[in-house]
Ligand binder design. Structure first.
Ligand SMILES: [Zn+2]
Length: 227
């Protein structure tokens, strides 16, 4: 269930935050299969289901379209897209290049504040793992990567990563949903290299980190496609 109601009233909940939550809720439902590929997502139906108005729903659906998770056609509206094996292969090809650049630039620009932020993100991942809550694990995983991206200070790289961020989140959720492959130790090694400002090691670890996730993810997707 979507927890969007503020006990004190909704005033503090900004429109953006509401869109974020609707978006995250829909990604969750798509990945868990509770909304199936091919299914139509009617604005009014989603709004009723989550007890929100149509405007933020429309915005969340647009974001899912940008991510390639839904297709929006005139008169037909939004339909859930099935990501294919080829989509995931493409995504890994791109991540193997971009995440390497993220780690390299993060190592180049790291400072005390950045180290503290990465350590905090890592600690939160550890807590999420111990809680056994898959949604939290996926969110914490995304967050570690987001902090690393922020540390690059590159607006161009951030823009490039935004194009794949929805699919990456979908991917993290898919793998945690199908049994987590616990990559906390790999994050810790990347953090060490970044902390030391070692660009080459950070880049090599980031490559290995992404590349190692490819097979389990494809297997998870294949078993999902088999139904
Ligand atoms: Zn990771």
């Amino acid at each position: 269930m979507l927890d969007i109601h503020h006990p004190e009233g909704d005033d503090e909940l900004t429109e953006d935050l509401l869109v974020d939550r609707i978006y995250a809720d829909l990604v969750e439902r798509i990945v868990s299969g509770s909304i199936a590929p091919g299914e139509r997502l009617r604005e009014t139906h989603v709004a009723d289901m989550l007890d929100v108005s149509r405007v933020p729903v429309r915005e969340a659906l647009r974001r899912l379209e940008f991510d390639g998770l839904v297709e929006i056609r005139p008169r037909r509206g939004a339909t859930v897209r099935q990501l294919t094996i080829a989509d995931v292969e493409e995504l890994f090809d791109v991540r193997e290049a971009l995440e390497v650049l993220v780690a390299r630039l993060a190592a180049r620009h790291i400072d005390e504040h950045g180290i503290a932020q990465l350590e905090e993100a890592l600690a939160r991942s550890g807590e999420a793992h111990r809680s056994g809550d898959e949604r939290r694990v996926a969110a914490a995983t995304s967050q570690f990567h987001e902090v690393m991206l922020e540390l690059t200070g590159s607006s161009l790289l951030k823009a490039l990563m935004r194009v794949v961020s929805g699919r990456v989140h979908w991917l993290f959720r898919l793998t945690t949903f199908r049994g987590d492959h616990g990559h906390g130790a790999e994050h810790e090694a990347m953090l060490d290299a970044i902390r030391n400002g070692d660009e080459e090691i950070a880049a090599a670890l980031a490559y290995a980190h992404v590349a190692r996730g490819r097979r389990p993810t494809l297997e998870a997707l294949a078993s999902m496609l088999d139904g």
